[in-house]
Design a protein around this ligand. Structure first.
Ligand code: MGD
Ligand code: MGD
Ligand code: SF4
Ligand code: MO
Length: 845
């Protein structure tokens, strides 16, 4: 079936509709939207006075009109118990997206929870507990009492290390300052939980330790810098599909040259031209295609390196820049540590300290440590030496007249989840430091980002560095209780098959024990659970908006409210902070995560007092929040720099443009923010000087990778596609998405398909020693022989099943470097008949 919405008319938004500020809660970009709501029994009219746009809608509107909305932006939801129409529509005045939506964000409206239109019916509306052999609804007090009793008993017996926690640390969809604070105050304030991990990696640590250790925070520029740059370098990222409107609204104008007059005029006294772009990715992505179409092939350098060899490439670029004398000597002198500096406490030598594996050093140290010739790097990366030299030239060769080139460097998961994460990240920052491209217009060395951000928590210093490899400990049978907040390891962790096997086994032990006791006998129930935990069992609590895959193993589900069903603050990839106003009711009894955490803390306090431990019980005080705003005040306002200026009221007044963190003042009711970091040349760290990194190439680092590569025929590169958001937690019930992707695709080279006798749409098994999974073959003429790309985290085929357990130093997962074999399972199933297997690339002619 080809998807059709079957909608031929929609109500006009009336002039007096309520208007709420909304930031799209999906990706890092954080596009501005407005949610309009009005009573279900009303609608606007075509008269200018009768509709919210104030225009005569009986006349044909111009092509770029804002006076319209798409069916995907519409729904009927509940607001204070009443049915209201809702339209969630991109805001043209928002500087981030200038009115653009995306195939994800522009579906926010139709994917809200609606009883009237039967959307998002999979949402959890009530707490659920394991009772009589299945999940059954119950009250908050009953569910939280059970969780608190089991958790308190385990913590009293095993200490706080017996409680394992998986929790989001981001903003946007799940998270935000309110909710990271709520969970943070519980686990790092009231308790000091050490066996904790983040939603996307198996430990509680940074994805980008290196840049932080070097004194360079990872979100240091602004989106306008992509319009001011002479050269954009994109490493391990596919921004057309993953940071969509940042790419379309800020990169494309510069690649087309339209920002030359519009934006670059701010920078007089230097020559300007359309930007060039260097894309470093083993795979030809649609981003490469779009850049070529818009900038012309001569202005695009796609460095399709061998998987996992970025470090060698960066070192060769750095070496060549130094040899050509294209470094920014003034910047190096003023802002980075001087030659001869010896501070072993700050800059441990390579291998001297486990927690600081790289050798932080000065410029000369990096030149010596990273030295590699173009030819040697060409051999390792599979690139041409002349292309590496060309990249160095595009990055650093001065412009006509001698002015320094402005180069912006953005990286994401191809680097972060790539080989030798720490050093590779460091080697890339070396290039930005050597060329003075941090803190100046058109520069920056930045994460392009995943989710939005929204982190405020008490210190995590007790976790230590390196942090515990939590998934491994769970597999080994450690811990008694596991609290899971908004993540689904069954789909998104590494070594996922082994994780699931063990997790199911351990949680089943507890389920079987629970089945032997009447649920109403609370003492008997807790005793049975504790007995099962002693026998190797694990008690699992899942806080989510839907029944997730890991939730199938859990004993308690706690239903959360999403962004828009609560007031929620986040910041985007240029640190732009906004408030998304609550525009609808959460489903049933679902609550904001911060208030769930508060409820859990209150029950912990009560239970511990009953157990006679008043002192420990007292640590759980301070959670008497009535609303998410109370949590915001308790967390953000007290703990974030400039937090005293930032209130829901001032944020509301800042609309969809918000301000860029950190806030420095309030002027005329407006928050004054910070456009770029490090403009004064002073970096993070105690001496204010940035550090270089001595980061020599040393092959594939994570244990087991070299062996896997040698043994198996195919690289199973993996990641995202435009249409699907994350593990498809909502998309899996959207006909629109599932009609396109009933199974995860695996892009394959045509010769490889021929030798395995595969046709488009055939189902294949992907297998190696770590596990197996399945995918649907997508013929891809541009895919290199032996190199595939599989959609990650998909419900009908989890790529993480074939990623082995070996991690990079500091416990950073290496999802991207995976090798496996492929065999045919079945001919293309019936549902694939309506699919197209055309190339997603476009041509202008
Ligand atoms: N449509 C959509 N957008 C999203 C998301 C989503 O689920 N869907 N998720 C969001 C989140 S949480 C995140 S973290 C971001 C991720 O955003 P990205 O990092 O842009 O996305 P990925 O597809 O994971 O990986 C990017 C690229 O890394 C490349 N790569 C693989 N191995 C290597 C290597 O060895 N070297 C280099 N240089 N590149 C390599 C892959 O070929 C891939 O094209 O996307 C965010 N945006
Ligand atoms: N193979 C491979 N694996 C990867 C990656 C990769 O590139 N390749 N990338 C990694 C990355 S970057 C990421 S971000 C992770 C993603 O890994 P996860 O964080 O596990 O995946 P999500 O899809 O973001 O899961 C979000 C969960 O939160 C729930 N949820 C949504 N909103 C709310 C809310 O408001 N409150 C609560 N309590 N729950 C909510 C959803 O229903 C869903 O179950 O995957 C990682 N794993
Ligand atoms: S680009 Fe990202 S933030 Fe913007 S609408 Fe799309 S998913 Fe939402
Ligand atoms: Mo992510």
């Amino acid at each position: 079936m080809a998807y059709k919405r079957q909608i031929d008319r929609l109500p006009i938004i009336p002039a007096d509709a309520k208007k709420h500020n909304v930031t799209c809660h999906y990706c890092i970009v954080g596009c501005g939207y407005h949610a309009y709501t009005w009573p279900a029994n009303k609608q606007g009219g075509t008269d200018a006075a009768a509709n919210v746009f104030g225009v005569d809608l009986s006349k044909q509107q111009e092509a770029e009109t804002v006076a319209w909305y798409a069916p995907s932006m519409y729904n009927i939801v509940k607001q204070n118990g009443q049915d209201v129409h809702i339209v969630i529509k991109p805001d043209r005045e928002c500087e981030v997206n200038s009115g653009l939506g995306s195939v994800r964000g522009a579906r926010m409206g139709e994917s809200r929870f609606s009883t009237a239109r039967s959307t998002q019916q999979q949402r959890l509306t009530d707490p659920m507990v394991w009772r009589y052999g299945q999940m059954q609804p119950t009250s908050w007090d009953d569910a939280l009492d059970l969780v608190a009793r089991v958790t308190a008993a385990v913590v009293k017996e095993q200490g706080e290390d017996g409680l394992f926690v998986s929790m989001f640390d981001h903003g946007g969809s799940a998270g935000g300052y309110e909710n990271t604070w709520g969970t943070g105050k519980l686990y790092f304030g009231a308790m000091k939980i050490k066996n904790v991990r983040i939603h996307n990696r198996p430990a509680y640590n940074s994805e980008v330790h290196a840049t932080r250790d070097m004194g360079v925070g990872e979100l240091n520029n602004c989106y306008e810098d992509a319009e001011l740059a002479d050269t954009i370098v994109a490493v391990g990222t596919n921004p057309l599909e993953t940071q969509t409107n940042y790419f379309l609204n800020h990169w494309i104008p510069n690649l087309r040259g339209t920002s030359v007059d519009k934006k670059k005029a701010q920078l007089p006294d230097e020559p300007h031209a359309a930007a060039r772009i260097i894309i470093i990715d083993p795979r030809r992505t649609v981003t490469v295609n779009a850049a070529e179409m818009e900038a012309g092939k001569d202005n695009v350098l796609h460095l399709a390196l061998n998987s996992g060899t970025d470090l060698a490439l960066f070192n060769a670029i750095f070496t060549h820049i130094v040899e050509q004398g294209w470094t920014d000597k003034d910047f190096i002198q003023a802002s980075t540590i001087a030659t001869g500096t010896k501070r072993p406490d700050l800059y441990p030598a390579r291998g001297e300290a486990d927690g600081k594996p790289g050798h932080l050093t000065n410029f000369d140290g990096a030149v010596e440590g990273c030295k590699i010739s173009l030819e040697e790097a060409a051999k390792i990366t599979g690139l041409k030496a002349e292309d590496i030299a060309k990249a160095a030239e595009w990055i650093a060769k001065p412009k006509d007249g001698g002015k320094r080139r402005r180069t912006m460097i953005g990286y994401e998961k191809g680097l972060i989840w790539g080989n030798d994460n720490y050093r590779t990240n460091g080697a890339l920052v070396n290039i930005a430091l050597a060329t003075g491209n941090i803190g100046r217009p058109g520069g920056g060395v930045v994460r392009l980002g995943g989710h939005q951000e929204g982190y405020v928590r008490p210190s995590d210093a007790h976790v230590g560095r390196p942090a515990a490899y939590v998934d491994k400990l769970l597999i080994e049978g450690k811990g008694g209780v596991h609290h899971v907040w908004a993540c689904d390891h069954y789909k998104t962790t590494l070594n996922a098959l082994e994780f699931k096997r063990n997790y199911k086994h351990r949680t089943d032990i507890v389920k079987d024990a629970m089945n032997g006791v009447p649920y109403g006998d609370r003492d008997g129930m807790v005793k049975a659970i504790l007995g099962a935990i002693k026998a190797g069992g694990l008690f699992s609590v899942d806080v989510d908006i839907i029944p997730s895959q890991i939730g199938q193993a859990s004993h308690v589900w706690l239903p959360a409210a999403e962004s828009g069903e609560m007031n929620l603050t986040s910041m985007n990839g240029e640190r732009r902070m906004r408030l998304t106003e609550r525009y609808m009711d959460p489903p049933g009894n679902a609550k904001p995560d911060c208030l769930i955490a508060a409820g859990l803390a209150q029950h912990m306090e009560r239970v511990l007092r009953e157990m006679g431990d008043a002192k420990y019980a007292d640590q759980f005080k301070g959670f008497d929040w009535q609303t998410e705003e109370d949590a915001f005040k308790d967390g953000y306002q007290k703990h974030a720099g400039g937090g005293e200026f930032v209130t829901y009221e001032t944020l509301r007044a800042m609309g969809t443009n918000g301000f860029q963190e950190p806030a420095t003042a309030v002027k005329d009711g407006k928050i004054v923010g910070t456009k770029r970091l490090y403009t004064d040349g002073v970096f993070s760290g105690e001496d204010g000087k940035a550090r270089f990194m001595d980061a020599p190439w040393r092959g594939l680092q994570a244990p087991g990778k070299e062996e896997q590569k040698a043994k198996h025929a195919f690289l199973i590169n993996n990641g995202r596609t435009n249409l699907v958001w994350q593990n498809a937690f909502l998309d899996q019930d959207s006909d629109f998405v599932m009609d396109r992707w009933p199974y995860p695709f695996i892009e394959m080279n045509l010769d490889d398909m021929a030798s395995l006798k595969l046709k488009a749409g055939d189902l294949v098994e992907v297998f190696n020693d770590a596990g197996s999974t399945q995918a649907m073959v997508y013929p891809t003429p541009t895919a290199r022989k032996g190199e595939t790309f599989m959609l990650f985290a998909f419900p009908t085929g989890v790529q993480g099943n074939v990623i082995n357990a070996g991690v990079n130093e500091l416990v950073i997962p290496n999802y991207k470097q995976t090798w496996a074999d492929i065999r045919k399972i079945a001919d293309a199933p019936e549902v694939t008949r309506s699919l197209t297997f055309k190339s997603p690339e476009y041509r202008t002619s």
